[in-house]
Write a protein that binds this ligand. Structure first.
Ligand code: NAG
Ligand code: MN
Length: 607
């Protein structure tokens, strides 16, 4: 009797574990599958978030050179202590700029990540001027722009921005914009708390910048939306250009934006937002995509339908975009006012980009992306600040825009966010009368004519149009293959367990020439791959964790390794060097540490 019960109990356990195994197997296979991109819009990317993984460009491979001006301008050199050292020879890759040589470097990096969510150590060492790779299509170089173009007021709102990133934004504009087209740069300090953004910044502007750079200080925190309206109200140029405070504009960026506005003042234009890595500050080209959204009212990037691309000019001609990402765009100043600026009832951040996009299209304007205009933007992994009261401003703002602009399609939003159906969204009567006054079309018109790709849930979903697919996803070339030999211990870096074990540690072991599990490949993306299986990876958040073997993700950062001077093996996103922790310990543990050049930190790649 008892043994029968036990047997059934065991069958039960067996059944459960088999079911779970099956479920997990299916789950992992399906989630892997769903990453392959097949003519289906990419899900859920909010504005300011990096591109979908499949669009993630490879890092530009041209070595970054520091010009003389940059060397002299390695400003705030209390931190950039080794900049000359690094610039020597002019051939080293930019990521070495992140190497941590002492406690002070470590602090600048760690505090910088906390406050700004990007590598401030590298940002400071870069200084305020640098060359960026020209990422435009070669056809853009052949274009001629009218010599008579409207002048621009560039509005840059900032809140607790890193000093060096803000000034690189300003200097890149001054360095790469024809003076006659740049009417002014208006900086709007949204009541920042960081001390260096006050007197020190005023002093810098007074002594180093032309008078066309103006500073406006908000008494209290207004947020990005009202901040931009305040900046615009002080502007006197013909065209408003809004930029984030951590951007770098590229060559000939402004002329291609101003030209379509000159032709038709109801045209609103966005540059292509190139990617500045938050970990390395490497500037790289981003793919040609356009703005969309989902029914949760989150912005997303979509592939461009072939029908939108000009046949003769391909990807160098402006094309229509249903929405904008929000941070970077240009618009006739009078048209901005005519069209009702922004909804001043919206708070801090979120939703305003969709609101202005809908308004532009529905009220007689158009929104274009201009591929010949490129502006780099630091894509942070998270927003380093919240709203003052900690409210969900995105939901509040989206609710307002849904009630004003979306007509019966508001139901689609509530289907995704049922809890918001009864939530208070303030007084929208002014925005409703604006919609009335401007004689705007319906949201259905917008969907039918501007964003027919938008899917309504249900059986009548439309078929997708063919799309322009411009991702060049190649396997990175292997540059070197061999063993990783530690000079002090004379041992080789290997997996602690089996090299196929994800999350496994690496340790130094006695070198064995015949052991294929000690063979590393080093490729052009600076990945270190053990026996063709997994990548050497470093946690980006906890640099005290030892390096591990992880699935290769191909987007740099935590899996980028460089061989520096004095046989250093340097990890790019952590900024530290790999060392054997205790040469006498037989376990052979390794860890990341401040780069002090000791023999325990010296590695040789032996082919
Ligand atoms: C909403 O605002 C308008 C004008 O901005 C005002 O006339 C109206 O009374 C307000 N409604 C409520 C309910 O407060
Ligand atoms: Mn931004």
């Amino acid at each position: 009797m008892g043994s029968a019960a036990l047997r059934y109990f065991c069958y039960g356990c067996l059944f459960t574990s088999v079911t779970w195994t099956l479920l997990l197997f299916i789950y992992f296979n399906v989630s892997e599958e769903s990453r392959t991109f097949k003519h289906v819009p990419i899900k859920g990317l909010e504005p300011y978030k990096p591109f979908p993984k499949k669009f993630n460009p490879r890092v530009t491979r041209t070595p970054f050179k520091l010009s003389d001006r940059q060397k002299n301008n390695g400003v705030r050199n209390q931190f950039g202590n080794r900049i000359e050292d690094l610039a020597e020879g002019n051939s080293e890759l930019l990521p070495e700029m992140g190497m941590i040589f002492n406690e002070q470097d470590q602090e600048v990096r760690d505090l910088g990540y906390q406050k700004h969510s990007f590598n401030v150590l590298i940002s400071n060492r870069l200084g305020y001027h640098r060359d960026v790779p020209d990422t435009r299509d070669p056809k853009c170089g052949d274009k001629f722009y009218p010599s008579e173009l409207p002048s621009a007021s560039v509005v840059v709102c900032f809140y607790n921005e890193a000093f060096s990133a803000l000034l690189r934004t300003v200097h890149s504009i001054l360095d790469r914009t024809p003076a006659n087209l740049l009417h002014e740069i208006i900086l709007v300090d949204d009541s920042s708390e960081l001390a260096d953004l006050k007197n020190e910044l005023d002093e810098y502007i007074r002594t180093n910048l032309p008078t066309k750079v103006k500073m406006i200080r908000n008494e209290k925190r207004e947020g990005l939306i009202r901040g931009r309206m305040i900046g615009a109200s002080h502007a006197t140029g013909k065209v408003l250009v809004f930029l984030d405070s951590h951007c770098e504009v590229n060559e000939v960026w402004l002329q291609p934006l101003l030209t379509p506005i000159k032709e038709d003042h109801k045209t609103v234009v966005c540059p292509v937002i190139d990617i500045i890595s938050a970990d390395t500050l490497i500037y790289s080209s981003s793919p040609i995509v356009r703005g969309g959204f989902n029914w949760g009212l989150h912005f997303k990037w979509d592939p461009v339908p072939f029908s939108e691309l000009e046949k003769s000019e391909g990807v160098s001609a402006p094309f229509k975009s249903p929405t904008m990402a929000g941070g970077l765009f240009a618009m006739d100043r009078e048209y901005f006012n005519e069209l009702g600026q922004y909804d001043s009832g919206m708070d801090i951040w979120g939703g305003e980009n969709l609101e202005i996009s809908f308004r532009i299209w529905m009220c007689g304007g158009k929104l274009l992306i201009v591929p010949c205009s490129r502006v780099g933007h630091i894509f942070r992994k998270r927003r380093p600040y919240g709203s003052p009261g900690g409210q969900d401003t995105m939901a509040h703002n989206s609710l307002r825009l849904a009630h004003v602009w979306m007509d019966e399609y508001m139901e689609q939003y509530f289907a995704v966010r049922p809890e918001l159906r009864t939530k208070n969204y303030g007084n929208i009567s002014e925005r409703l009368s604006l919609r009335n006054k401007l004689n705007c079309k319906s949201f259905k018109w917008y969907l039918d004519n501007v964003y027919p790709e938008m899917q309504l849930p249900g059986p009548n979903a439309k078929a997708q149009q063919p799309v322009f697919n411009n991702r060049g996803h190649k396997r990175p070339k292997i540059q070197q293959r061999g063993r990783l030999f530690n000079l002090q211990t004379k041992k080789c870096l290997s997996a602690q367990g089996h090299p196929s074990q994800k999350g496994g540690l690496v340790v130094v072991k006695d070198c064995d020439l015949n052991d294929p599990d000690q063979i590393w490949s080093y490729n052009e993306e600076h990945e270190l791959i053990l026996s063709n299986l997994l990548c050497l990876d470093m946690s980006e958040t906890r640099s005290t964790d030892p390096p591990r073997l992880m699935k290769c993700h191909g987007s740099g950062g935590s899996q980028q390794w460089l061989f520096g001077k004095n046989n250093r093996l340097y990890q790019v996103s952590v900024g530290q060097c790999m060392e054997v922790t205790d040469p006498l310990n037989l376990k052979g543990y390794v860890a990341m540490a401040i780069c002090d050049g000791s023999p325990l930190q010296q590695w040789r790649f032996e082919s």
